[in-house]
Write a protein that binds this ligand. Sequence first.
Ligand SMILES: [Zn+2]
Length: 253
Amino acid sequence: MMYWIDSHCHINDEAFKDDLNEVLNRMAEGNILEAMIISSYIEDYEFAKTIGHEKISFKRSLGIYPGDVDDVDEKLFEEFERRFKEDDCKAIGEIGLDYHWRKDNIEKQKKVFEDQLALAKELQKPVIIHSRDAIDDTYEILSRYDVKGVMHCYSDDAKMALKFLDLGFYISMAGPVTWKKAVKELEVVHTVPLNRLLIETDCPYLAPSPMRGKRNEPSFVAYTGEKIANELGVETAELQKQLIENYHTLFGL
Ligand SMILES: [Zn+2]
C-alpha cells in the first residue's frame, strides 16, 4: 500500500501544543504514514521522542539552526554532539546558512555549519540543509565535505539544483510549489530526477494551496505531492512509491 511521507515537519513546535493529537489523527486519515520531525533545540528533540501514533512511523533529526548560532558555545555544542551520536538521531539538521535575517554573523554561521558537517561525516549521518539567500556559500561549503543529504524547502533555481544533485544531494520541495506564481519551483520539479526528489511541509510554515495562509500541518503534504504528480504526469502511487524509496535510502531506514 502506498502513502505519503512528510520528510520535514516541526510538529514539536508550540503551534501544535493545543491540538497535536488531532493533527496526528488527520495525518493517519490522510494517509501520511511516515514523517521526520526536525528539532533545533535539545528540549524540542527530547519532546519529539514522545510524539507517536499507532499508524505513523516518526523519525527525528537535530541540528543547530543558522539563526541560533549566536548562543552557541563549546558547552552547548557538546550537548548537541551527544545527541547526534544517538541512534535515534537519523540526521543532522536543519543546518546551514541564512543571510536573509542576519548578515552580521556570517563567519559564526559558517563555523557552526562546518563543525556540524564535520561531525556528520565522522558519524556518517545525512544532513538536512537550510539555505536562505546564501546558496553560493552553502554550495561552496558542502562541496568540501563528503556528506550526503537533502536541500530542504528548496527555493533556488533549477541550474543551482543541478549542482547540488552533482554533489549527491536530494532536493526537497515544499508548499510554495503549489502556489500560483510557482514558475521557478516547477522548473526545479522538472529538472530533478524522480529518484532524487523529496517532499515536505516544513510545518507550521509555508502551507500549500489551497491552505495557503493557514497553519501548515503534515496532512497537507498530500497537496504538494498531488501537484507534483500532476505536473510530471505520473500516477500518485508511482510518485509515492519513489518518494518512500528516496526517504528510506537517504535516511538509512
Ligand atoms: Zn524546517
